[in-house]
Ligand binder design. Structure first.
Ligand SMILES: [Zn+2]
Ligand SMILES: [Zn+2]
Length: 236
């Protein structure tokens, strides 16, 4: 350990980002072993397309994807959206603890979800509307894309997808209402377009999937060759 790191550990001892337990020293991810063990990675058996987890059996297509209703080629989420990940994501999103991003990035990069993705031509973060972006000061999906895919940094198009209509918060809406709420909410603003290119969409949490469905539809209409989606967490 360098002298500087030693001094830092004494002056600013590292704490678990989720439960504040004192950690021996600063090492990513900033989570205690108990919180790491409570993370639920989303692994096989999954739907080969939308990534919906199954209770048992082998990977196969779910009914929806089998019927050809999914506008994307692959969706993969690293973890189930439950504690301690909820706290971690909330700290980054609402508590502005951007130091948590490095931890989320390490967790994502070590996940099997990340290794299932193919190399994209472009990475598009799911956007916030301008007003919400100004309130929050950052788009968490863009920051996540940067910390999860540092090797593909030059492929990230920060404002490739724009939110042109400020939708009401999705939280209390049903699936059908969510889709209606999002209709016409996004537009594409990629220099050179997405025609014939492989796209990776990135978002923090997948809930009903209506946001990524709407964004994927736009990409599909614009003739993207392939659309994959990565989210850090998925609500089950
Ligand atoms: Zn902890
Ligand atoms: Zn599926």
């Amino acid at each position: 350990m360098s002298l500087l790191a030693g001094v830092q550990d004494v002056l600013f001892p590292a704490r678990c980002l989720a439960c504040e337990t004192l950690l021996g020293r600063y090492r990513l991810p900033l989570l205690c072993s108990d919180c790491v063990s409570r993370l639920v990675p989303l692994v096989s058996p999954l739907c080969l397309c939308c990534g919906m987890p199954f209770a048992a059996g082998e990977d196969h297509l779910c009914g929806n994807c089998l019927a050809g209703k999914s506008p994307f080629d692959l969706v993969r989420s690293a973890f189930s959206y439950q504690e301690p990940l909820v706290t971690l994501i909330h700290q980054v999103k609402f508590g502005r603890r951007l130091t948590g991003l490095a931890t989320l990035g390490v967790l994502a990069r070590n996940s099997s979800a990340c290794s299932s993705l193919s190399r994209p031509d472009l990475i598009l973060p799911v956007p916030l509307h301008g007003r919400r972006l100004r309130q929050r000061g950052f788009n968490q999906s863009l920051l996540l894309a940067r910390s999860c895919f540092p090797g593909w940094k030059d492929r990230i198009v920060a404002a490739g997808l724009c939110r042109i209509r400020n939708t009401i918060p999705q939280t209390n809406l049903s699936g059908k209402e969510r889709r209606k709420n999002l209709k016409g909410a996004f537009c594409l603003n990629v220099p050179g377009g997405v025609d014939g290119r492989s796209i990776l969409l990135v978002d923090d949490v997948l809930t009903t999937g209506s946001t990524v469905v709407e964004c994927s539809r736009i990409l599909q209409k614009a003739c993207a060759a392939r659309v994959e989606v990565f989210t850090l967490a998925r609500a089950l």
